[in-house]
Ligand binder design. Structure first.
Ligand code: NDP
Length: 500
């Protein structure tokens, strides 16, 4: 772990094992922090903020450090990709093409924000004629981040980079299934001696104790959380004790709408990529495909044929499409939902089982085949609840109005897609979807330069983009009466009396 500039174990010396889900083999013993360790990390971040140079450095000075972190990531990309793949079960293809470069580009983007976003805004047009007014943008203070297991390295970058860029100090807790890549990043940063002590702290340990401390502790100024909606609600409760702002990036059940004028080949690619990438363990996955009735049968056949061809295997093999889910327990969750789907809808058209043809040495209980249920009623639980596995619900619709109504009939609103040959029609539909991101003729195209976050119970606030930087800053209004002598203020007289 990294606390106050020192690489350390938990004070208790306790550890927990982390496993490679593909094989079940133990990879490492991870420090198991407790509340006391969390409090130490928070105190270090507090001191680094209150007394340290970091919040007072200029944006370009901080940007230089963030770019150095981006370079560290690039220099260690191969090692980090392997750690990410082995610890979380995602393919090495995804880790090396998306996760590690994605985190690097997040540090680069927020370095650019620190360089270019103004710290001061002049305010014109005061109703009090003699005054000068401006806004200062200041860091919030100590920012904690709690992240999930599905994209551990990218999620770490999304929490650390904007917090540090804006002049805050940070304490990060990775998910217990996947702590290794964030700990490795902390180690690289500490060994390169890039940051003053306490500016970045990374601690591993259980959400129920360490995570709760990071959200509730009164020395913390902001908490950013990505994970389940259920824990997101708990984070809000914990943060409310000291009225600290929260950013929440929570669950989703996003709709990917396929209109009747779509190129079916391209739309099928967008639906399959949108659902099955990383085994569907993606918050913004388009797990409800809404398909217009006139193309429905042909399109569903195409989906089924292609889903059956997705290969499952060793995630460290560059030819593997899908690795295991993060843990056997996640496979059990998927099995429960597929059993429910059989009751609600009938048998899936493809998948619906663990694979029986894996190479020797791989754990068949950790994998699940891409699964498609057709003719799903949007009211069914499998269409309403986040499964977080490779399960697609296909839902027919008649008109664009119907598609919008079905898409919006969800407690979630994180993302969505519209596949169409008519860009005006697609954008009209996208504008009516109550959701934070819509990809037209594509899916999953996340970029640190664009804001990301949810409507409704998918979250609060935005990460990335300029919004994802500004959310890590306070706004202060300064009013200056340039008159430094005399007490002649007509507004005072008018409101109170002449005797002050
Ligand atoms: P959680 O929401 O439980 O975990 C996310 C993070 O929060 C982890 O770091 C976890 O720590 C921590 N945490 C857990 N409980 C608390 C708490 N009481 N206070 C503070 N922090 C806490 O997700 P799970 O890993 O349990 O996954 C459950 C389901 O959540 C999935 O099946 C999926 O539906 C959804 N999910 C959604 C994600 C998204 O990106 N929207 C990501 C991951 C999951 P620890 O790992 O130590 O428990």
């Amino acid at each position: 772990m990294l606390i106050d500039g020192e690489l350390c174990d938990a004070a208790s010396g306790e550890t927990f094992a982390t496993h490679n889900p593909a094989t079940g083999e133990k990879i490492a013993d991870v420090p198991k922090a407790d509340r006391g360790d969390a409090q130490r990390a928070i105190a270090a971040a507090r001191t680094a903020f209150d007394e340290g140079p970091w919040p007072h450095m200029t944006g370009p000075e901080r940007a230089e450090k963030l770019r150095a972190i981006a370079q560290l990531i690039a220099d260690n990309a191969s090692d980090l990709s392997e750690i990410e793949s082995r610890d979380g079960g995602g393919t090495i293809r995804k880790a090396s093409l998306a996760d590690i470069p994605g985190a690097q580009s997040a540090f680069e983007w927020f370095a650019q924000m620190a360089e270019t976003r103004p710290d001061r805004l002049e305010l014109e047009g005061s109703p009090f004629p003699a005054s000068e007014n401006y806004q200062r943008y200041e860091p919030l203070g100590v920012c904690t981040g709690i992240i999930p297991w599905n994209f551990p390295f990218i999620m770490a970058s999304w929490k650390i980079a904007p917090a540090l860029a804006a002049g805050n100090t940070s304490v990060l807790k990775p998910a217990s299934f996947t702590s290794l890549s964030a700990l490795r990043l902390a180690q690289l940063i500490a060994e390169a001696d890039l940051l003053p002590p306490g500016v970045l702290n990374v601690i591993s340990g259980p959400g129920g104790t360490v995570g709760e401390e990071l959200a509730a502790n009164p020395l913390v100024d902001k908490t950013a959380f990505t994970g389940s909606t259920e824990v997101g609600r708990r984070i809000m409760q914990l943060a409310s004790g000291t009225v600290k702002p929260v950013t929440l990036e929570l669950g989703g059940k996003s709709a990917n709408i396929v209109l009747d004028d779509a190129d079916l080949d391209q739309a099928a690619a967008a639906v399959l990529w949108g659902t099955f990438m990383h085994g569907g363990q993606v918050c913004e996955s388009g797990t409800r495909a809404l398909v217009q009735r006139s193309i429905y049968d042909e399109f569903v056949n195409l989906l089924v044929e292609r889903a059956a061809a997705i290969s499952l295997g060793d995630p460290l093999d560059m030819l593997t499409d899908l690795g295991p889910l993060v843990d056997r327990s996640q496979v059990e969750t998927v099995e429960r939902y597929v059993a429910l789907g059989r009751e609600e809808v009938g048998d899936p058209l493809v998948g619906g089982a663990k694979p029986d043809d894996l190479a020797a040495g791989l754990d068949p209980n950790a994998f699940y085949r891409p699964t498609i249920f057709a003719d799903v009623d949007n009211k069914a639980r499998i269409a309403q609840e986040e499964i977080f596995g490779p399960v697609l619900c296909v839902i027919p619709f008649d008109t664009d109005d119907d598609a919008v109504a079905i898409a919006n009939d969800s407690i979630y609103g994180l993302a969505g897609g519209v596949q169409s040959g008519d860009l005006d029609r697609a954008q009209a539909v996208a504008a009516r979807m109550r959701t934070g991101t819509v990809w037209i003729n594509d899916y999953h195209m996340l970029d640190p330069k664009r804001p990301f976050g949810g409507y409704k119970q998918s979250g609060i606030g935005r990460e990335l983009g300029t919004e994802g930087y500004d959310i890590y800053r306070q706004v202060k209004h300064i009013y200056v009466n340039p008159e430094t002598k005399g007490r002649d203020n007509h507004f005072h007289y008018a409101v109170l009396s002449g005797n002050i």
